[in-house]
Design a protein around this ligand. Structure first.
Ligand code: KIV
Length: 310
């Protein structure tokens, strides 16, 4: 590669669809698992081309693509619309659909019906829900209905208000013990993986090494089986405050703004569209067309001349 960075990415043509056994094998072999969010067809095609392993249609869509202040405001219908678009752009990564707040907490029945709806309507293969406690029971019900579930512990944005805001979790021994117990409960419920968000690296690593399931970190250090970042954060499409754990690999927002501003300038200055952007027409066809419209104009002018005044 020209950048001098050795690529670990399998060429696109050689890639096979990700499966749960393959994911587990990657964890066992210590092969880092790469997960990214996607919310539409273009972001899905980027994830596919980049060769990631897992794609999450995260409810972070609320903030990064729909402009809501909080993730709990996104609806099931919105998640389904976004999920369908992502599905059309994916071939090999395993697709996970986030269960929006309110779609699973109230009962096992609601959780199963919502998970089935997400799977059937978006085409995702798995779902993700947040938190421990009652969520472990809901996860078990969904798993028993035949749908693989990913858990999510630590900073769980759907309940960030109750957690005291968007801040790191598990920072006391007591809180870390509760997180460990929640992780064991999610594993016991049959979850195939658990996300740890904004958790001290040592806590996440200590929990991860005691779990059999795949662990994915976001702001949880390098001791998990894999990492996830929000698509718009890692590309620099998101503006404003960025969490400490985000690494920005590009400045796409600045690139997009510069490009749109140049376009606006060229339209206003008359240099776009240029000759290379227009369609040609045969001279004779054009001449005939012009004669026709000129004759029409003449005829209609004459009919006005002779129209009797009423
Ligand atoms: O919604 C989301 O993007 C997430 C990831 C941060 C794990 O839940």
């Amino acid at each position: 590669m020209s950048s001098g960075v050795r690529s670990h990415t399998v060429p696109q043509a050689d890639r096979v669809a990700m499966t749960l056994p393959r994911l587990h094998e990657m964890k066992e072999n210590g092969e880092p698992i790469v997960m990214v969010t996607a919310y539409d067809y273009p972001s899905a095609t980027v994830a596919e081309a980049a060769g990631v392993d897992l794609v999450l249609v995260g409810d972070s869509a609320a903030n990064v693509v729909l402009g809501y202040e909080r993730t709990d405001l996104v609806s099931m219908e919105e998640m389904i619309m976004l999920g369908k678009a992502v599905r059309r752009g994916l071939r090999t990564p395993l697709m996970i659909a986030d269960m929006p707040m309110g779609s699973y907490e109230a009962s096992d029945e609601l959780a199963v019906l919502s998970a089935q709806r997400l799977i059937k309507e978006t085409g995702a293969q798995t779902v993700k829900l947040e938190a421990g406690g009652v969520s472990a029971r809901r996860a078990k019900a969904i798993v028993e209905a035949g749908i693989p579930v990913m858990g999510h512990l630590g900073l769980t944005p759907q309940t960030a208000t109750a957690l005291g805001g968007y801040k790191a979790q598990g920072k006391s021994a007591a809180a870390a013990i509760r997180m460990y117990e929640d992780a064991l409960a999610l594993q016991e419920a049959g979850c195939f993986a658990i996300v740890f968000e904004a958790v001290p690296a040592e806590i996440a690593a200590t929990i991860a090494e005691r779990l059999d399931v795949v662990t994915i970190g976001i702001g949880a250090g390098a001791g998990t089986s894999g990492q996830v970042l929000v698509f718009h954060d890692l590309l620099g499409i998101t503006t404003g405050h960025m969490a400490k754990f985000v690494k920005q690999y590009a400045d796409v927002h600045a690139e997009m703004t510069t490009a749109v501003a140049r376009y606006a300038e060229e339209v206003r200055g008359g240099s776009f569209p240029g000759p290379e952007h227009v369609y040609a027409i045969d001279e004779e066809e054009l001449a005939e067309f012009r004669r026709h419209v000129d004759d029409e104009a003449l005829a209609s002018a004459k009919s006005w001349e002779w129209e009797p005044l009423s």
